[in-house]
Design a protein around this ligand. Sequence first.
Ligand SMILES: [Zn+2]
Length: 233
Amino acid sequence: MTAHDMLQLQTIDSALDSITHRRPRLPEKLAHDADVAALAQVQSLVAAAQARIDAAQQSIEAAEHAAGDLTTKRTRLEAQLKTVIAPREAEALMSQIATLNAQRSDLDDQELAALDEQAAGEADLAAASETLPAVQATCAASAATLADALAALAAEEVSLHAERDTLAASFSAEDRATYDHARKQFGVGVAQLQHSHCSGCHMDLSPAELDLVKAAPAGEPSECPQCGRILIR
Ligand SMILES: [Zn+2]
């Protein structure tokens, strides 16, 4: 294992971290999320229109049912009217029939309003349903694009893991433990010595610390005396 191998391992791990970071932020994911939201919006318009139609339908049926009851009552009163002789009784029956007629007229108005409401609901439903197939198709297309992008990331990940396994196998158990420890502690556990400062902690090393680092054989990693990262020079 050389300093170069340490750095290479860190590069692979950083690439793997980058994939993990990129996956939920893929532009393809953001585009598909927007399409899913647009589809939900159209579906909710369809559902609202259907609910409007159903409510109007119920009102129409209720009005028709009530109108039927009124007609039955009126027929009965009209039959009674033919049999009564006393004018006061006839007047009372005629007044009841007039009340029923007024109620019936109100019901007819209610039914007409409900029919208008039903027609409006059907227009809404037609408008929303018309856009639905295109929105569904867009959503399916962006789902496929997203799946491709995720598959590409997964393939990149598999290849990086294979590269990492090969490289890590060439490390001694001790070097691997050193690397794993530094990575766990710092995320990016391998830093480079740039002139006299560490690229990990950005601290300048004193001349004595610098001598110590430079005393390590060339190509061998040492440790930053400031932060403890594996230091490559
Ligand atoms: Zn450092």
